[in-house]
Design a binder for this molecule. Structure first.
Ligand code: DON
Length: 591
């Protein structure tokens, strides 16, 4: 008797799950998320650090206590998150660091990944695997941190990295969030079965093969060795030395695009931050290749041009969500039309202007949704699908008012999930941020426009939106978030809640969020909305918004700092969504 082929397949699959990976009978979807906690708050006149983990915020605040400035602390936090929040904290990815030294111009360190030399616009047109070393862009974090240190740092480089080496070597206490995050990936069938993830399983799997629990220890000896090399030899060991060789070897063996010469040629840049005036505030954001600064500032300038209702009786009103959705729709359309790496494409200056924001705002109907198709303009919309699609933000201020707003990422949770053998270093899968399908922009949200198509050495467009706000030349607010394209809207919503509606930073970070990105033409609400969106959804529907589908559990994880300019006291607020922590060198308080 012969079995049907699909039954044999199922039998082999069940056998492989139960024999190869028996400790992981739990499936990723059965894991329980840690319960919701209040936002974490720390206040001080001696500086504050807010990040996704307690250990990283504590390392940052101890560097401040040692006399380091905000940039020293930020570099320390970046290396500490690599050890303590590996789903997004990284040295194998890239990002953007805004630095506001007192009385000086706000600058951005651009350490976004670059495409390797071996690409053309169609390199990914037929590609489907997002967890593959081919997805890795040339990492920028180590060069970015070295550049920030060279330009602004006070403490010795090795001293800043030392606490992270100790954490990796001696082990960290796994908390509920890290346990959830690790288990979510380790229980995936392909991670358990495919040989290319063996190093991931070895490095991040619990030695006895069981699921991680809060209180367990994760020891990362290979990473401790890599961090020691970086501390002793500087960034060049990562780009030209021993670590570079190991990355290039891994890439070649795994079918990746990155070669040793791509690493050798990688450069980070320092550029002035973008800025716009909103009322009494000057808002600073990251320039291209992040779309974050351009789009957040465009949205805020549009809202300023509108008669935006200042009603605070409920957290979001129908009218506020309507107007903000219309603003998001229009700004994301401009993003798709124009934005890419400005070292490769010329981007029109008018996108930053108040006049252009006013012109766009004037097209908004106060009572009716505009269908996204109606504003496509010169972007031809295709039928059918193109592609299917973690990041972490931290904010730092020191006792002298120097501020850092840093967002960096591996793109997906744990990036491409390839750990370079023997190094403990995870690589990003940032190549997915390029427009993979030239000419194909569709209603699902895939973008195929020219500015963000692949080219050798080009940086992929980002949505990372680290922000710094000054009032009368002094730092008032620092904020940013992870969340892919939702980052832009998370940050805009926090700016609206604090600067326009006068809410506390605690309330603005705690409160429910929503997202619209032109296409798909629907508002996505957080499901943890405490009824706020349920109440206004029928009215939004009546205005023509598709506002019911595609709810998400959470949107981002925003860590911010607000300064009382009268007393000089800074208050750090860490988002509850991923269990973040605010820490200060002295006088820590919790709500
Ligand atoms: O730079 C970007 O736009 C994305 N690669 C960010 C990815 C992200 O935020 C995923 N995290 N939740």
């Amino acid at each position: 008797m012969s079995f049907p082929r699909n039954l044999i397949f199922v039998a082999v699959w069940v056998a492989s799950i139960t024999t190869v990976v028996s400790p992981y009978i739990t499936l990723a979807q059965d894991l329980k998320r840690p319960p919701r906690e209040p936002v974490d708050v720390a206040e001080s006149t001696q500086g504050v650090v807010v990040s996704d983990t307690k250990a990283a915020s504590e390392i940052g605040s101890s560097l401040l206590a040692k006399g380091g400035n905000a940039v020293d602390a930020a570099i320390g936090v970046a290396f500490a998150l690599e050890v303590t929040w590996p789903e997004a904290g990284n040295i194998g990815g890239g990002g953007f660091m805004l630095v506001a030294p007192p009385d000086e111009e706000v600058m951005c360190i651009n350490y976004r990944e670059k495409a390797p030399a071996n690409v053309d616009p169609h390199s990914f047109s037929e590609w489907t695997q997002h967890r593959h070393i081919r997805m890795a862009g040339v990492p920028g974090t180590v060069r970015g941190m070295a550049l920030a240190h060279e330009k602004y740092g006070k403490l010795p480089w090795a001293e800043i990295i030392a606490p992270s080496i100790a954490l990796a070597r001696d082990g960290i206490e796994v908390d509920a969030y890290l346990a959830y995050s690790l288990n979510s990936v380790l229980t995936l069938g392909y991670i358990q079965s495919e040989p290319r993830f063996a190093e991931f399983r070895r490095v991040y799997g619990k030695p006895d093969g069981s699921l991680w629990k809060a209180g367990d220890r994760l020891v990362q000896p290979d990473l401790a060795k890599s961090l020691s090399l970086i501390a002793e030899q500087g960034s060049q060991v990562f780009y030209e030395g021993e670590i570079a060789q190991q990355i290039a070897k891994e890439s070649e063996a795994g079918g990746g695009l990155m070669a040793l010469k791509d690493l050798k040629q990688y450069t980070a840049q320092v550029r002035p931050a973008m800025h716009a005036k909103i009322g009494d505030y000057t808002l600073y954001g990251a320039p291209l290749p992040s779309s974050g600064g351009t789009v957040v500032l465009m949205q805020m300038q549009m809202l300023q041009a509108l008669d935006f209702p200042k009603d605070t009786q409920q957290y979001w009103t129908t009218k506020q969500v309507h107007l903000m959705t219309e603003v998001m729709r229009r700004a994301f359309r401009e993003r798709a039309a124009w934005l890419g790496d400005s070292d490769f494409v010329s981007v029109p200056d008018h996108l930053q202007s108040k006049a252009f924001a006013e012109k766009l705002a004037a097209t908004i109907d106060p009572n009716q949704a505009t269908p996204s198709e109606a504003i496509a303009g010169s972007i031809a919309l295709s039928e059918g699908p193109a592609e299917s699609m973690e990041t972490t933000h931290f904010s730092v201020i020191d006792k002298d008012g120097m501020a850092v707003s840093n967002t960096y990422t591996l793109e997906g949770t744990f990036g491409c999930r390839i750990v370079v053998k023997g190094t403990g270093i995870l690589l990003n899968n940032e190549m997915g941020d390029f427009n993979w399908y030239p000419g194909t922009t569709n209603r699902d949200g895939d973008i195929g426009t020219l500015p963000n198509q692949l080219a050798p050495g080009k940086r992929m467009l980002s949505s990372q939106s680290p922000m710094i706000v000054r009032e009368d030349g002094q730092v008032k607010l620092i904020v940013g978030s992870p969340g892919g394209r939702t980052i832009i809207n998370t940050v805009t919503e926090i700016l609206v809640q604090t600067l326009m509606l006068g809410r506390s930073l605690e309330d603005a970070i705690d409160g429910p969020r929503f997202h619209h990105q032109w296409f798909p033409d629907t508002i996505r609400f957080e499901t943890v909305d405490e009824g706020v969106f349920d109440n206004i959804r029928p009215e939004l529907k009546a205005m023509g918004h598709d506002a019911e589908d595609r709810t998400v559990w959470r949107q981002g994880s925003a860590h911010g700092i607000v300064v009382n300019l009268d007393t000089g006291e800074a208050k750090g607020v860490a988002d509850w969504r991923r269990g973040g922590a605010a820490r200060a060198p002295v006088s820590v308080t919790s709500p």
